[in-house]
Design a protein around this ligand. Structure first.
Ligand code: G3P
Length: 217
């Protein structure tokens, strides 16, 4: 399963990249606003930092303007992936940009029907939002299961990019279901390494080692 970092914080991305845990990055207008950075500048810096796809989202709402924005964003770096909202205009732009071999990430997906449309329009990635469905008492992971089943039924090549990740359980369940990618805030990825028994066991190892009076270096 590929790990994308859902952030525009270059330090956080770099730290996880150094561990080998970054296969790509996703951003959205809220993440960019939170960064306080110039949109195109920060996307260029992220693209220089990581090898994988970096999602940069259009902000137009009409297809022709989305296409123009997408073409411009694509010019920032070879690994820019154009993020488009799941609306009919976004799907139209996805179809056009995909035909021009521009990688696309169709976002704000909240139903299997929406995901079917994105696949038919040639989306490279579909971003179903787990956390925001959970927030309204709808099982977000169930959507991931539905999309996985449907995409496998028809051999759709669109990759399931599970988004709006709020917990390590979301990541584990996405891996069990078979999502192609998760995109997560950096801290949730870090939390995957935490376990009290690991801490306890390491402390015991080091305490016993100290008794030997030996050093390795
Ligand atoms: O960036 C897309 C998605 O991951 C946003 O997540 O936490 O704002 O619902 P969230």
């Amino acid at each position: 399963m590929k790990f994308f970092v859902d952030s525009a914080d270059l330090d956080q991305i770099a730290q996880l990249n150094d561990v080998g845990l970054v296969d790509g990055v996703t951003t959205n207008p809220s993440i960019i606003a939170k960064s306080g950075r110039d949109f195109k500048e920060v996307i260029a810096e992220i693209c220089a930092l990581v090898e994988g796809p970096v999602s940069a989202e259009v902000t137009a709402i009409k297809a022709d303007e989305m296409i123009a924005e997408g073409r411009l964003l694509r010019k920032i770096a070879p690994n820019v992936c154009v993020k488009l909202p799941l609306t009919m205009d976004g799907l139209t732009a996805c179809n056009k940009l995909s035909a021009e071999e521009v990688p696309t990430n169709v976002t704000l997906c909240f139903s299997a029907n929406q995901a079917i449309l994105a696949a038919k329009c040639g989306a490279s990635f579909i971003s179903p939002f787990i956390g925001r469905l959970d927030d309204i008492n709808i099982d977000g992971l169930e959507l991931i299961e539905e999309i996985r089943t449907i995409y496998d039924n028809y051999g759709y090549e669109t990759e399931i990019l599970a988004a709006s990740i709020r917990s390590v359980n979301h990541i584990k369940e996405c891996a069990i279901i078979g999502a192609d990618v998760i995109t997560s805030p950096p801290d949730v990825i870090r939390k995957m390494a935490d376990h009290p028994l690991t801490d306890k066991g390491l402390a015991a190892f080091l305490k016993d080692w100290e008794k030997t009076g030996q050093t390795i270096l």
